[in-house]
Design a protein around this ligand. Sequence first.
Ligand SMILES: C[S@@+](CC[C@H](N)C(=O)[O-])C[C@H]1O[C@@H](n2cnc3c(N)ncnc32)[C@H](O)[C@@H]1O
Length: 205
Amino acid sequence: MKDSKEFWDKTAEKYIKSPLKDEATYQKKLAITREFLRSDSKVLEFGCGSGATAIFHAPHVKHVIATDISDKMIEAAKRKAVEAGVKNIAFEQGTLDSLNFQNESFDAVLGLNVLHLLEDVDGAITRVNQILRKDGVFVSSTSLIAEINFAFRWLISGMQLIGLAPYVSRITKCDLISKLMTSGFAIEREWQISHESVFIVARKV
Ligand SMILES: C[S@@+](CC[C@H](N)C(=O)[O-])C[C@H]1O[C@@H](n2cnc3c(N)ncnc32)[C@H](O)[C@@H]1O
């Protein structure tokens, strides 16, 4: 956990400045997510990074809590929200474990490009289920590290050894769906973005 925070604090500035790899895919993720949000929705985004997604959705919902393990990400996200004139986002540094959310207090939880970075994916999904109200949605976008080609996986392992890549779990789409269903979610939308990445909207039943 400490290593993860250090990695993301160190990487934050570069990550925030780097251009989006695929604008069309990002826009489609925003549009699908919007379908599941209402003007009275209370939303949590964990692993919010630069805050761009939270800032996009905030005007269309009641309130957003946007969190990240990295102080540097949170500092940058707060600045962006001020620049954008968005006032209904509370930014907090921390993780699903360290932050004290009330059970059944959110209508939607967003975990975008973050689940595969967690050491305890099952624990995170269970926690998300607890803090969502019944019928609430968990919107996730996840890199399927197990599907990435062998050479690239070796490269990631090498980079991890010298601190240039974060911890990643080798989750598959089947694992992820099975974990969601076991934790009390029904799969509402599944979009296989590419061989190595999946976008899922899961509803708490
Ligand atoms: C790949 S970035 C994605 C950022 C943003 N969600 C996006 O889609 O652009 C992963 C983010 O998750 C954060 N992160 C990593 N581990 C975390 C954890 N255990 N809890 C909360 N945030 C975490 C990192 O600091 C980073 O901002």
